[in-house]
Design a protein around this ligand. Structure first.
Ligand SMILES: [Zn+2]
Length: 248
């Protein structure tokens, strides 16, 4: 049987039988894969420490075609992101980052771009930086991941009349998944009032590199509106990202 080596981030750990673990990894080449680690919970095994939530690991597994769970052979810890356990706020944002991958990405579908964003997102949160614009970081990360996973909200044009510019009023419709201009808003319910500044910010957060979140300036009320748009979009599109929808 073929042995395959991959790097991946631990997105889920489940105890199995007396001494084993089932670990879900997010990898660049294979997307999300499930690994069975026999004996990982035996006292002398190093594996349960290696396969902790968030950890960046390198594994070798028996690659059997058509399997939905692979048998792990060897594992090495690459990074355990030590900054995350010292900082509750950063930790909570990291949990969100993992949940996005867990809920939005299909199993066994390569996503190098999605992997790169998750790794970069965790690395920034782990760094303990003092300019804490984590809400903008999260928004940027989420908008990118929604796009990759095919759930992109429409901010470029009114979803009803397709007008792109000079919208005299702008609302966001979480149910329709996009912006609505003042002329078309009449018959729609559950709209979130926003403006051109917020629209530009959302478009920029989605399209610019993840590390650019530090360069954006946003007022408290703009951040509140962005959070509400992302949260209500998640609820109305049934995306079930609980770390976001349970937030007050
Ligand atoms: Zn319109």
């Amino acid at each position: 049987m073929k042995l395959t080596r991959v790097e991946g981030i631990v997105i889920r750990v489940t105890q199995y039988a007396e001494t084993s673990l089932i670990v879900n990894l997010f990898t660049p080449e294979r997307g999300k894969i499930g690994l069975m680690l026999k004996g990982a919970r035996r006292p002398k095994s190093q594996l349960s420490a290696i396969f902790d939530f968030f950890n960046l690991v390198e594994v070798v597994f028996y690659d059997k075609e058509g399997a939905n769970l692979y048998l792990g052979s060897q594992a090495t810890l690459v990074s355990d992101f030590p900054g995350l356990v010292k900082d509750l706020e950063a930790y909570n944002y990291a949990v969100f980052g993992i949940e996005v991958v867990d809920k939005l990405f299909p199993p066994e579908e390569a996503s190098r771009e999605g992997y790169r964003y998750l790794l970069e997102y965790l690395t920034i949160l782990d760094s303990g930086e003092s300019a804490r614009k984590f809400e903008l970081l999260r928004a940027s990360y989420y908008l990118k991941m929604l796009t990759i996973a095919g759930y992109q909200p429409q901010f470029s044009e009114c979803i009803v009349c397709h007008k792109k510019e000079n919208l005299h009023k702008i609302f966001f419709s979480p149910l329709s998944g996009g912006i609505v201009c003042g002329d078309c808003a009449g018959n729609l319910s559950e709209l979130i009032k926003m403006d051109e500044g917020i629209r530009r910010l959302l478009l920029a957060l989605r399209s610019s590199p993840l590390s650019d979140f530090r360069r954006f300036a946003a007022s408290t009320s703009q951040i509140e509106t962005i959070n509400r748009i992302l949260k209500d979009f998640t609820v109305y599109q049934s995306l079930e990202i609980r770390t976001l929808t349970a937030e007050r």
